[in-house]
Design a protein around this ligand. Structure first.
Ligand code: SAH
Ligand code: SF4
Length: 355
């Protein structure tokens, strides 16, 4: 039995299960009450529970490790059925704030970073996920389950707003079918109701798939991991650039349908003495000319065995100022959870070392 109930949108489930209104009830048990067994779906008749048990799974992932960061972020290591492991991170973007009488003034803001593959084929030089090669794609259910279990584990209320970023392990556009399908499951108003504009798909730049994703018109945000402004350097850092060069990415982005208020995010991983100079900033500015873009500078997060180094904060700031002064929106990503092996792939790696 390979199917899980989390593999399906509510409409799909309604076609499989009769009477179809049961699909809505199942969705509610799954995504509002976070049950982990069909027996807990109290308002379903026993015959249906038995049928579900025979045909579908729920328990797709096991939490094998949780690391808490001082800033409130939590990193999860999940074990899949076949023994492979993937990571996801709950990022606390803003802590809860209280009025003097103890009532809540501002609710905490969460973003969850999820994985879509075990390993990755793209093989970027700076990325730890790439080091162990590619094992397999995750299924829709395995992607969905990461968010469901994290919400359950942290008792995050079903209707609390939360953002999703596909920035964990793997290349989302190399598993486009399951990723786009999971996006639809997340967005279902009868389920987790995480609107597409709260979801961001990050890609190393598979141009043809960016166009394809755009045509699906899911309404999700797009993030491009650019990291270099000339093809020569980008090929060294990201071998995928040989197949899809910078210009092809820019062309694909220009075709991507954007929600009026939205911008495409260009992620720029800053590595000391590699791409942290103002000449690169200048080139980046002209590359993004005419695109509704924002830039997110990321500190390279070092790990054992890497030749690359974390940049100096003063170079980061100079890079940022160069862009913002010339009208390009640019933020520096706060390094959340630095104390918990933050960059993706690092928790899994630590765990392997411990074994
Ligand atoms: N494969 C997709 C999404 C997963 S990687 C992509 O590449 O966009 C998510 C982000 O983490 C990418 O921008 C990637 O460049 C970044 N990243 C990888 N290794 C990192 C490291 N050691 N330090 C900081 N960011 C890293
Ligand atoms: Fe894959 Fe993204 Fe890592 Fe590159 S940075 S190897 S695309 S996960």
């Amino acid at each position: 039995m390979d199917n899980s109930v989390q593999d399906y949108t509510r409409e799909e489930l309604a076609q499989k299960i009769k009477p179809s209104f049961r699909a809505k009830q199942i969705y509610s048990w799954l995504y509002h009450k976070y049950v982990t067994s069909f027996d807990d779906m109290k308002n379903l008749p026993q015959s249906l529970k038995d049928e579900l048990k025979q045909n579908y799974r729920i328990d797709l992932l096991k939490i094998v490790k949780v690391e808490d960061s001082l800033d409130g972020s939590r990193k999860y290591l999940f074990e899949l059925d076949d023994g492979n492991t993937v990571e996801a991170v709950l990022l606390l973007m803003k802590k809860e704030q209280y009025h003097e009488d103890g009532t809540i003034k501002h609710q905490a803001k969460y973003t969850v970073c999820i994985s879509c593959q075990v390993g990755c084929k793209v093989g970027c030089a700076f990325c730890l996920t790439a080091k162990s090669g590619f094992m397999r794609n995750l299924t829709t259910g395995e992607i969905v389950e990461q968010i469901r279990l994290i919400k359950k584990d942290n008792s995050i209320d079903a209707n609390r707003r939360l953002n999703i970023v596909y920035m964990g392990m793997g290349e989302p556009l190399d598993n486009l079918e399951a990723v786009s399908h999971s996006s639809r499951v997340f967005a279902d108003p009868d389920g987790m109701a995480i609107a597409p504009h709260r979801q961001t798909i990050s890609t190393s730049g598979l141009s043809s798939k960016i166009v394809k994703l755009g045509k699906m018109d899911l309404g999700v945000n797009l993030a491009i991991s650019l990291h270099a402004v000339d093809d020569e350097l980008r090929e060294k850092l990201m071998p995928i650039n040989k197949a899809y060069n910078i210009q092809s990415i820019i062309d694909a982005v220009k075709q991507f349908p954007l929600n009026q208020r939205k911008r495409v995010m260009f992620e720029y991983l800053v590595i000391k003495d590699v791409n942290d100079d103002l000449k690169s900033a200048k080139r980046l500015l002209s590359l993004l000319d005419g695109i509704k873009a924002k830039v997110n500078l990321i500190y390279f997060n070092p790990y054992g065995g890497t030749e690359f180094k974390r940049p100096n904060p003063k170079d980061m700031i100079a890079f940022q100022e160069y862009l913002t002064k010339r009208g390009l929106l640019c933020t520096i990503r706060e390094s959340k959870g630095l104390d918990i092996s933050a960059a993706c792939g690092q928790l899994r790696d630590n765990e392997k070392d411990n074994k």
